[in-house]
Design a protein around this ligand. Structure first.
Ligand code: ZN
Length: 166
């Protein structure tokens, strides 16, 4: 098993890790400090003090609030999307590409899906405008809830103390 420094994990997150190290990091068994180093790198990138528990996307996290230890979904900018067990998308701004004109903004002409069969739903942070996710469902399909992690089991698995409200 290889071990890596926090600097190497930061380079991984920033996309600056050299290929040889990246290949070894991906293919070898994970060192026990990997997750805590990863979360520590993410924590250094945000301006707030709530503790990052699990990243949900490149700029979206489940955090434990400093104030009352609640577990909520939070954007990198600090915008809160509510309790982590709820679907954060229901508190996001949504843009739906449901016409040929809207699809042609992101596809070459005649290469887009038929919007009678498939639409794009883009979910944005209401505060900073970061796009956090895109769904590609049939038009009638309900908003997808991507996942609800079992935080306690995950922290047992990575050998770290779980948040008190997990
Ligand atoms: Zn935001």
């Amino acid at each position: 098993m290889s071990t890596y420094t926090k600097k190497q994990v930061k380079d991984l997150v920033d996309g600056d890790l050299d290929w040889d190290t990246l290949h070894k990091m991906l293919s070898m068994p994970k060192d026990i400090e990997r997750y805590s180093n990863y979360v520590s790198v993410l924590q250094d990138q945000v301006s707030w003090d709530d503790k990052i528990i699990i990243p949900v996307g490149p700029h979206l996290y489940i955090v434990e609030t400093v104030k009352d230890k609640e577990l909520v979904t939070k954007c990198r900018c600090g915008h809160g999307f509510g309790d982590y067990t709820l679907n954060w998308k229901l508190n996001a701004l949504v843009y739906i590409r449901d016409s040929e004109e809207k699809m042609n903004q992101v596809y070459p002409k005649l290469m887009a899906p038929d919007t009678d069969w498939q639409v794009y739903r883009e979910y944005y942070c209401p505060t900073c405008g970061t796009m956090h996710d895109v769904e590609v469902p049939t038009p009638w399909y309900p908003v997808m809830h991507d996942f609800e992690p079992d935080i306690k089991t995950f922290f047992d698995w990575v050998g770290l103390p779980a948040p008190v409200n997990a």
